[in-house]
Design a binder for this molecule. Structure first.
Ligand code: TXA
Ligand code: MG
Length: 338
């Protein structure tokens, strides 16, 4: 078993992390969204280690991270003008664009697809790790496949200790949910394949048409087109049963109080909870606050051996859609409507 080092964000440690990347090793990398498992995107052996460490299905492609816009055309081609306009508005930041891939991106990185998801993170530590390595960096979220994404270095250490040589500690991720993933339908239409901090309304300021893929809100039906392999897999699940309740606060409290057993918990909005007979955590007052808290809370509920967690359903507006999308997957698409 490897003794995983916890590196700091000082220059010396960042250079060590870049050496690991240049040598085909994988390193835990902080970004503004969630921590990622970083490796040289063009090195198939290095990328294979990512799939192994996460236990990730081989057909689920990885996002490639760059620190300079010039690198975009080195890994992708047929880049529409709209992609450059979106990059100007939202990069560096939590937006991933799916584009046709160049041959330097091996098929293991793209999960066998002929496209690649590209993102330029804004976190200063990620930017330095990418620049110092001089490489395009493949990085999925750093969790074990199916588990909530890591938003702190301690989460990464918990999931990856003994499997990878190092994790760089860049503090708590400011956004807290993964990037918005989009594909291009034509010169002025984009499709959201995974909602994130960059919302439909944000994208509409640059693109004429923004489509929300139906798989974001509902379980895939038999034969439905899967535009992003990640849509197929169970996601973000702690060991506890997560149950979303669509109701007002009063009915939520009645339901939870009547159904509480041992190790039952509730996730409520800020300021709520005093009418509950079960222990509860508040997960924010708006979409952005909820995004910041949600994965950390799902992990905490596992640490305290929660069996059942009843959750106040978030709004689907703005950043709330990203929170709703993660929670509905954590809940196996089960919503109780009162
Ligand atoms: O914020 C983020 O995006 C984080 C940080 C580390 O950058 N990364 C991340 O990666 O969330 P991952 O691998 O956990 O999620 C990537 C998602 C998956 O659902 C995958 O199926 C989809 O993006 N994806 C990646 N490349 C794709 C492609 N070429 N076509 C369609 N979907 C793609
Ligand atoms: Mg992930």
């Amino acid at each position: 078993m490897i003794d995983t080092k916890l590196l700091s964000d000082n220059e010396e440690d960042l250079k060590i992390s870049a050496e690991f990347l240049k040598n085909g090793e994988i390193v835990g990398m902080p970004t503004e969204t969630v921590y990622g498992l970083a490796a040289d995107a063009c090195n198939p052996e290095a990328v294979a280690k990512i799939f192994e460490a996460k236990g990730r299905p081989s057909d689920n492609p990885l996002i490639v991270h760059i620190a300079d816009i010039e690198k975009l055309s080195e890994i992708a081609y047929n880049i529409p003008d709209l992609a450059y306009r979106l990059a100007e508005a939202f990069w560096p930041g939590p937006l991933t664009m799916i584009l046709p891939k160049k041959d330097c991106i091996p098929s293991i990185t793209s999960g066998g697809l002929d496209t690649v998801g590209v993102r330029m993170p804004s976190h200063i530590v990620a930017r330095k790790m990418i620049s110092y390595s001089g490489l395009p960096i493949a990085a999925p979220s750093g969790n074990i496949s199916g588990y909530p994404s890591p938003t702190k270095a301690s989460h990464m250490m918990r999931d990856m200790y003994g499997k990878i040589p190092a994790v760089v500690d860049g503090g708590t991720c400011s956004v807290g949910v993964e990037s918005t993933v989009i594909s291009f339908e034509n010169d002025n239409t984009v499709r959201i394949l995974r909602p994130g901090y960059i919302t439909k309304e944000d994208l509409q300021k640059i693109a004429d048409n923004v489509i929300i893929d139906s798989a974001i809100l509902e379980k895939l039906s038999d034969g439905q087109i899967v535009r992003s392999p990640g849509m197929k897999y169970k996601h973000y699940s702690p060991s506890a049963d997560v149950i979303l309740i669509d109701s007002n606060y009063k009915d939520f409290c009645c339901y939870v109080n009547n159904h509480s057993k041992e190790n039952t918990y509730a996730l409520v909005f800020n300021g709520e909870g005093s009418n509950l007979s079960v222990p509860f955590f508040a997960y924010g007052a708006n979409g952005a606050e909820q995004a910041h808290e949600i994965f950390s809370l799902l992990r905490k509920l596992d640490d305290i051996n929660a069996d059942t967690v009843y959750v106040r359903i978030p709004s689907k507006d703005g950043v709330g859609l990203a929170v709703y999308n993660r929670l509905i997957r954590a809940a196996g698409f089960e919503v109780i409507k009162l």
